[in-house]
Design a protein around this ligand. Structure first.
Ligand SMILES: [Zn+2]
Length: 89
């Protein structure tokens, strides 16, 4: 797993987790709210392991905007090097 995939999973877990929490607590479905918390936490925890600089392997800050470069070594991060995201030529 690379940092790009890790970030995608983080965003996915954030959105799905929050939606489940809102539905779960909004409608009084406790297990759904709990599942939302678990997914949310899992999405956060995996970034500690996988959201790392490809050059120096430090963990990177992911809250807020996507970093354009590693804060530790300055390695530029390419967010478009994913075949699925690459625009057709
Ligand atoms: Zn680095």
């Amino acid at each position: 797993m690379n940092y790009q995939r890790s970030y995608q999973i983080y965003i996915f877990g954030l959105v799905v987790g929050v939606i489940l929490m809102l539905i779960g607590y909004g409608y009084g479905i406790a297990w759904m709210g709990a599942a939302g918390i678990v997914i949310f936490c899992a999405a956060l925890v995996q970034t500690a392991f996988f959201f790392r600089c490809p050059n120096c392997h430090h963990t990177m800050e992911f809250r807020g905007r996507k970093p354009s470069a590693c804060p530790h070594c300055g390695q530029a991060l390419d967010w478009h090097n994913n075949p699925k995201e690459r625009p057709k030529q």
